[in-house]
Write a protein of this length. Structure first.
Length: 446
């Protein structure tokens, strides 16, 4: 170890994550031999306070540190970060899964690493508002925070972060954050550019109204914020935020309708990525408006009730590079409506298509692959799970044309709500399996 590390004095990046044999003794040799390290990933290792004591002594230029899922150090170990020259140059810190850290530990971090700009704390059920308050008391340079799987964080944490110049925030699976956190966001965080608030069920149309004045917002992800509707989106699009927005994800916002798409086409001249997955009120009429957003490169309409007519409309958008249509069903007596004829029109005009997902479109056949090979020469990724009429022979031939292919000719899962012929399942059976699927999703999010 000593001999090999003596050759690493100029090493700047060191990743020993998930290394079961890494010990404090190993880290002693590494720290003495590699003083130039800027990036250090110790995630999911068994290091203790002994290693924490080494960090400020030897890694004077350390900028990026991941201690994710390291559970053998304590609050006292974090206090060591201020020893010697300290870790005062640290810019990025990942403490995901370090459930042993208390408010005192976060206060120790604040005293030691005042220059932190990027903070990631995921899978942390023990993280509270008081922890965040203790940290930001002295870490006012924070510009981005990621709190995924931190269910006890509330609007109070958002208020505490107002002393920072936040540009990016990401919260997921939180039931305590409400519209109140966004009430004065244009004054508190005027430079914010990225907002991810996925599966925050208490957020309503009021939040969208509050976000509308933001002048630098480019990415907005409100996936699974199920209380959002047309009224809120209308307020958002009427504000200055809509002119800069490049990425908008409203998947599973089931109250949105075609009226929202009409407004989108008028107000978002720079929109590149749009996801409306499982927005079940959207129809072919709404897709007619989408094609008027000429800047769009990627659209996800999976799980909506669009049919051939919508694909004909989409074919007019010749710049599309990514299109997702999985589980697109229009359940009538005729069953699934997306067929080879629509794909022929689409492939004949969307020559720049790179990614296509038609999983669950059970009426598609081998002809669809022929159309794609003729018209979509730049296609790289093709997903066609549960396309029961596409033969293995045709799929194998297609796999040599694209870089990545997902193919499975199995029957659609029961919770799709239709069979291999595109016919609806018995109503009671459909309800039963959809309820079972929803329950399993809820359990996975708890």
């Amino acid at each position: 170890m000593q001999r090999s590390n003596s050759l690493c004095k100029n090493l700047q990046e060191l990743n020993v994550s998930d290394c079961p044999t890494l010990t404090d003794e190993s880290m002693k040799y590494i720290s003495e031999s590699c003083p130039g390290v800027l990036y250090l990933n110790l995630s999911n290792t068994s290091i203790t306070n002994r290693t924490m004591r080494l960090l400020p002594r030897h890694f004077h230029n350390l900028q990026n540190l991941s201690l994710a899922y390291c559970r053998n150090f304590t609050d006292k170990g974090l206090q060591y970060l201020s020893l010697g020259n300290g870790c005062h140059k640290l810019l990025y810190l990942d403490l995901s899964g370090c459930t042993q850290i208390s408010v005192k530990g976060f206060r120790n971090i604040a005293n030691s690493c005042t220059g932190i700009m990027h903070l990631t704390i995921n899978d942390m059920p023990t993280l509270t508002d008081n922890c965040v308050k203790a940290l930001v008391e002295k870490c006012s340079r924070i510009t981005s925070v990621v709190f995924i799987g931190a269910p006890h964080i509330s609007d109070c944490s958002f208020k505490a972060l107002s002393t920072c110049n936040l540009r990016k925030i990401r919260f997921e699976g939180n039931k305590r954050i409400t519209d109140a956190c966004f009430k004065y966001i244009d004054k508190t965080y005027p430079n914010i550019s990225h907002i991810y608030m996925s599966n925050c069920r208490r957020i309503t149309d009021g939040s969208l109204k509050s976000l509308s004045p933001l002048k630098h917002l480019t990415v907005l992800n409100l996936t699974n914020c199920i209380r959002l509707g047309d009224s809120g989106l209308r307020h958002f699009l009427d504000g200055s935020a809509s002119t800069k927005i490049r990425e908008l994800n409203l998947s599973n916002c089931t109250h949105l309708s075609d009226a929202s798409l009409y407004k989108l086409s008028d107000c978002c001249p720079n929109l590149n990525y749009l996801s409306l997955r499982n927005c079940v009120l959207l129809t072919n009429i709404g897709v007619d408006h989408i094609v008027n957003i000429f800047s769009l490169l990627s659209i996800d309409l999976s799980g909506t009730v669009i049919s051939n007519e919508a694909l004909v409309a989409l074919s007019r958008h010749k710049k599309l590079k990514e299109l997702s249509l999985s589980e697109c069903y229009n359940i009538t007596d005729a069953g699934i409506q997306i067929t080879d004829s629509a794909m022929e029109i689409l492939s004949a005009k969307c020559h720049y298509l790179h990614i296509l997902d038609v999983s669950g479109c059970v009426l598609l056949t081998d002809k669809m692959l022929q159309h794609l090979q003729r018209g979509c020469k730049q296609l790289r990724i093709l997903k066609m799970q549960y396309c029961t009429l596409i033969s293995q022979e045709a799929a194998k031939k297609m796999s040599s044309v694209v870089q990545q292919q997902e193919y499975k000719p199995d029957d659609p899962p029961l919770w799709f709500g239709y069979d291999r012929e595109g016919k609806p399942l018995e109503e009671q059976q459909n309800i039963k399996y959809k309820r079972s699927h929803l329950n399993s999703l809820r359990r996975s999010m708890q």
